[in-house]
Design a protein around this ligand. Sequence first.
Ligand code: FMN
Length: 238
Amino acid sequence: MNNHRSIRNFENQSLTDQTKQSLLTAARAGSSSNFVQATSIIEIQDNQIRTEIADISQSATYVNQSGAFYIFVADLYRQSQLLNEHHRNLAPLKTMESLLVSVVDTTIAAENMAVAAESLGLGICFIGGIRNNLPQISKLLQLPKYTVPLFGMTIGIPTSKNAVKPRMPLNNFTATDHYDPANFTDLTQYDAVMQEYYQNRPSHPKQMDWSTSQLDFFKTLRRPEVTEFIHQQGFLTD
Ligand SMILES: Cc1cc2nc3c(=O)[nH]c(=O)nc-3n(C[C@H](O)[C@H](O)[C@H](O)COP(=O)(O)O)c2cc1C
């Protein structure tokens, strides 16, 4: 797990059914809040759909070439059907708490799959770029209400691997008993490490440190339309 790095170059070879089965059962085995199992995983096999999702994600090269491509969907549709069949109130299913439960469950399943894939020598990359156009993703996948596609995951045989990207020192994000604002925001040491990393990495070297990258990232509102999509899917409504 400490050797993780995202892989964006894959051999053009599909994963075997047996491997895919192992990955899906690993995803399924994760913890689940109150055992709601609020997750669906959709493998994209159709080349046309895959190409369109790759374009939306602006990750065309590695989404199209990978050995398998999955979309992870936070999913309370099953429960909504059950509640409807029993003429129950859907209000408890539409809340931020329920949405968070489904997002957390789905993320746990995805990371389980990622770790399983890496343990088999495969490479993975999460593809949050699908959220560039959630209505279109939803249309392509024919998603019903009470579902939210969160991210894709490309999995395949790596053709090359980047160096592991340095993470924050432990004292920048771990504490005992209380939040530790002084240590958590003292990023000088980490900025120096990241500056060195960005400057010397073989692909896309740049003059940047972590703090500057975050200032850039939070310069503009990102995907503000996601809120409307969440409402359209039936969450956070009356
Ligand atoms: C939810 C999520 C969405 C991501 N979306 C993308 C993406 O759309 N395209 C991409 O190239 N990488 C994507 N990544 C990969 C991150 O850029 C990567 O994990 C991060 O830069 C750390 O690098 P590493 O995974 O190589 O350690 C995503 C990662 C996560 C967790």
